[in-house]
Design a protein around this ligand. Structure first.
Ligand SMILES: C[S@@+](CC[C@H](N)C(=O)[O-])C[C@H]1O[C@@H](n2cnc3c(N)ncnc32)[C@H](O)[C@@H]1O
Length: 245
C-alpha cells in the first residue's frame, strides 16, 4: 500500500496525527518503516524511538530503532508519553494484545494516535466493488484485519484507553487511480502475483483483467482514513476481551 503514502489525504492525516503528539516529549512510533514521521517528530524536539518488526525499511535519522513486535513491546512500563501507529494496525493480528501493550508502556495521561484506512467507511462505484472486497479480505497480502474505528474504540476502552478524538479524512480517486488504489498493491510485486496465482487463480485472473482495462476505467473510490486519539485512563484493563478481528 505504499504507492499512495504521499497522496494528499494520507499527508493530511499524518499531519493531524503529528499535531496531536506535539505536547509529547518521549514518543514511541510503532511500525515506523523508513521513519519519515519519526524523523519529523525528532526534529520537532521529541525523543523518538521506533519499534519495528524489521529493519528493512529503516533509514538513518535522529531517532533510534528497536526491533520487536507491537504485540509484545520490549519496553518498561510507563516509558512514553506519546505513541504513534501510522498505517500499521490493519496489519496486526491481535489488536487486544497490542492495545494492552500500548497502555502498559504509556504513562498516565499519555496518548496514543492511530491512523489507518477504515474500510467500513470506504465507498466506491459498483464496478470497483469486487476489487475492493478482494483488497480488503484476501489473506496473506498484508491486511490482517480490516478494522473500523468503532471496533478499535471498543477494544481500546477494554484495554484501559479512553477515546479523546475520532475523525475521518476522505480522499476520492477517479478512474484508473481508483482501480490502482483498490488492488494495485495486490499485484504490484512478483511475490504477490505468485502468491495470488498459486492460491487464488480466479481472483488473480480477474485482477489482471481489470488491470488491462485500467486506462479505460471509470468510476471512483472514496477512502476514509481514521485518525483516532486515545488517552491512558486510570481504569485498569478489563481482562479476557476477545478480538472479533
Ligand atoms: C505499511 S508500513 C507503514 C510504515 C510507516 N509508518 C509509514 O506510514 O510509512 C507498516 C510497518 O509496520 C511494521 N510492522 C508490521 N507488523 C508489525 C509488528 N507486529 N510489530 C512491529 N512492527 C510491525 C512493518 O515492518 C512496517 O514498517
Amino acid at each position: 500500500m505504499a504507492a499512495y503514502r504521499y497522496d494528499p489525504v494520507f499527508l493530511a492525516a499524518t499531519d493531524e496525527a503529528l499535531h496531536e503528539l506535539q505536547g509529547c516529549h518521549e514518543i514511541l512510533e510503532i511500525g515506523p518503516g523508513a521513519g519519515v514521521e519519526a524523523t519529523r517528530l525528532a526534529l520537532a524536539g521529541a525523543e523518538v524511538t521506533g519499534l519495528d518488526i524489521t529493519e528493512d525499511l529503516a533509514r538513518e535519522g535522529p531517532w533510534s530503532l528497536v526491533l520487536g513486535d507491537a504485540h509484545d513491546m520490549p519496553f518498561e512500563d510507563e516509558s512514553f508519553d506519546g505513541l504513534l501507529f501510522n498505517r500499521i494496525i490493519h496489519h496486526l493480528t491481535d489488536l487486544p494484545a497490542m492495545l494492552t501493550e500500548a497502555r502498559r508502556v504509556l504513562r498516565e495521561r499519555g496518548i496514543a494516535v492511530f491512523v489507518w484506512p477504515d474500510w467500513h467507511e470506504t465507498r466506491c462505484s459498483p464496478e470497483h466493488q469486487p476489487a475492493l472486497v478482494a483488497a480488503q479480505t484476501l489473506p496473506g497480502l498484508g491486511c490482517a484485519a480490516p478494522v473500523c474505528a468503532d471496533q478499535v474504540l471498543v477494544l481500546a476502552a477494554a484495554a484501559g484507553l479512553t477515546a479523546i478524538k475520532v475523525s475521518h479524512l476522505r480522499g476520492r480517486y477517479e478512474g484508473s487511480a481508483a482501480l490502482t488504489y483498490a488492488f494495485g498493491h495486490l499485484i504490484a510485486t512478483e511475490e504477490k502475483r505468485q502468491f495470488l496465482s498459486a492460491r487464488l487463480p480466479e481472483v488473480f485472473t480477474d485482477l489482471c483483467t481489470f488491470s488491462d482495462e485500467l486506462e479505460h476505467e471509470e468510476g471512483f473510490i472514496e477512502i476514509a482514513l481514521a485518525v483516532l486519539v486515545v488517552e491512558r485512563s486510570e481504569m485498569a484493563p478489563r481482562l479476557g476481551v476477545a478480538s472479533d478481528g
